[in-house]
Design a protein around this ligand. Structure first.
Ligand SMILES: C[S@@+](CC[C@H](N)C(=O)[O-])C[C@H]1O[C@@H](n2cnc3c(N)ncnc32)[C@H](O)[C@@H]1O
Length: 379
C-alpha cells in the first residue's frame, strides 16, 4: 500500500481517471523522476541504510579502475589538451571522485579533464556537489546540453533506470501491457493493477525479429528511452570522438521475460504498489544498445561480464596493493568488496560491460576486439 500522503500515487490515479490506462514506461518514468514525489527526486537511496548498493559504493577500486580505463582511452585519442569526462546518473558522486583520484597518476590527463554530470535529481546533485567540492563540475538535466565535442562517458547503473514498455503475445497479436486503477482503488487510497491494451501494430515494429515468433503468453520489454540515449551518445562519439563505458545488469542478447522490479530496503517490492517509494528498474538489453550505437555510426566492443572486465583491467593487482597497505580488518573489507563485484552469484556475471566509441579508436582496455577489427565493419 502507498503511504497515505503519497501525492504521486494520487496524481497518477487522476491521470488514469482522465486519460485511461497508461504505459508501464510512463508509470515507471513518473515513479522515478516526476518532480513531485519521483523516487530519485528527494533523499538518498544508496547504502546499507537505503534501498540498494552500487559497485562504487561497495569498493573504491571500482571507480579507480574506471578512472584508469578513461586515461587509456584519452591516450588512444592522442592525449588531447582538453577532454570532457561525462558521467550519466552519478548517484552520490563516489565513482567520479574515485576516478578523478586515480586519474591524477597521469597529471596531463587530470589537467585535461572537464567534468560533466548528467543528473535528474536535485537532492543527488547536492550530494555530488559535496563529494566533488574541489572539482569544477557542469551539471546537465539530460544529454542534450552536453558540449558538441569529444568526450569520455561513464554510465554505471544508469540505463536500468530508464523506462521500459511491456508487450504480451496473445493468440492473434501483440498487446501492450498497461497500468490502470485496481478495483480496490479508492479516492483516498489509490491502487494500481496491470491490464492488457488493444492489439498493437506498433509493437510488431518494435519487437526484435528473434522474439516475434514466440509462444502465446510471452512478455517482452522494450525501452525506447535506452535506444534513444544510446543512439544520441553514439552519434556524438562518432561525430566528435571519444568512447563510453556502460556497466549495468542485463542481457547480452534480446530476451523475452519480465525483469521490471522494485527494491525497497534491499528487498523486492511489488512494482505498482507505492510509486515513488521504491526503486524501479529493468534489465538492460545490451543488444539493443549495441544495435542503436552501430546504426548511429559508432563502433561497439563487448558486452563482457563485469568480472571479466574488472579482472582484465587490474582488479586483483589494485586489491593486493591496498590490502598490503591496510590493517587485517581493512584487508578483509577490501577482499569482501572484491568478491561482491566479481563472484558469479553476486554481481560478476549478471552485470555486463559494453563500450562504444569512434570508429578509429583501438579496442579499449578490458574488452574483446570487435568484429570490425577482425575484418569488415560490424553489422
Ligand atoms: C542507480 S543510480 C546509479 C548511481 C551511480 N552511477 C552509482 O553507480 O552509484 C541511478 C542514477 O541515475 C540518475 N537518474 C535516473 N534516471 C535519470 C534520468 N532519466 N536522467 C538523469 N539521471 C537519471 C539517478 O538520480 C541516479 O543518480
Amino acid at each position: 500500500m502507498a503511504r497515505p500522503d503519497n501525492l504521486l500515487a494520487e496524481w497518477l490515479a487522476a491521470q488514469i481517471r482522465e486519460d485511461g490506462p497508461m504505459t508501464v514506461a510512463d508509470f515507471m518514468s513518473a515513479a522515478l523522476t516526476a518532480p513531485q514525489g519521483g523516487y530519485y527526486m528527494t533523499g538518498d537511496p544508496f547504502g546499507a541504510a537505503g534501498d540498494f548498493i552500487t559497485a562504487p559504493e561497495i569498493s573504491q577500486i571500482f571507480g579507480e579502475l574506471i578512472g584508469l580505463w578513461c586515461a587509456q582511452c584519452w591516450q588512444a585519442m592522442g592525449s588531447p589538451k582538453a577532454i570532457n569526462l561525462v558521467e550519466l546518473g552519478p548517484g552520490r558522486g563516489t565513482l567520479m571522485s574515485d576516478a578523478l583520484r586515480a586519474a591524477a597518476v597521469l597529471p596531463a590527463f587530470r589537467g585535461a579533464i572537464r567534468v560533466h554530470l548528467v543528473e535528474a535529481s536535485p537532492s543527488l546533485k547536492e550530494k555530488q556537489r559535496d563529494v566533488l567540492h574541489n572539482v569544477d563540475v557542469t551539471w546537465h538535466q539530460d544529454l542534450t546540453s552536453l558540449p558538441e565535442e569529444a568526450m569520455i562517458v561513464i554510465a554505471n547503473e544508469f540505463f536500468d533506470a530508464l523506462p521500459v514498455r511491456q508487450f504480451e503475445r496473445t493468440l492473434r497479436a501483440w498487446h501492450e501491457r498497461l497500468v490502470t486503477l485496481s478495483p480496490l482503488s479508492t479516492k483516498n487510497a489509490p491502487a494500481f493493477a496491470f491490464t492488457t491494451g488493444a492489439a498493437s501494430k506498433e509493437a510488431v515494429a518494435m519487437i526484435p525479429q528473434t522474439l516475434r515468433d514466440t509462444p502465446v503468453g510471452t512478455l517482452v520489454e522494450i525501452s525506447p528511452a535506452v535506444t534513444q540515449v544510446a543512439g544520441n551518445l553514439a552519434h556524438r562519439l562518432s561525430r566528435y570522438g571519444g568512447a563510453a563505458v556502460i556497466i549495468d545488469y542485463g542481457r547480452a542478447q534480446h530476451q523475452a521475460g519480465w525483469s521490471l522490479q522494485a527494491l525497497r530496503s534491499h528487498e523486492r517490492h511489488e512494482p505498482l504498489i507505492a510509486p515513488g517509494e521504491a526503486d524501479l528498474t529493468a534489465h538492460v538489453d545490451f543488444a539493443a544498445i549495441s544495435k542503436a550505437s552501430k546504426e548511429a555510426g559508432a563502433r561497439v566492443w563487448g558486452p563482457v561480464t563485469q568480472a571479466a572486465f574488472l579482472n582484465a583491467i587490474g582488479l586483483r593487482e589494485r586489491a593486493d596493493s591496498l590490502c598490503a597497505q591496510g590493517t587485517p580488518a581493512q584487508a578483509r573489507d577490501i577482499e569482501n568488496g572484491v568478491q561482491r563485484l566479481i563472484e558469479s552469484t553476486q554481481m560478476g556475471d549478471l552485470f555486463k560491460v559494453l563500450a562504444i566509441g569512434h570508429a578509429d579508436l583501438p579496442t579499449p582496455a578490458g574488452l574483446p576486439i570487435s568484429s570490425a577489427d577482425r575484418g569488415g565493419r560490424a553489422s
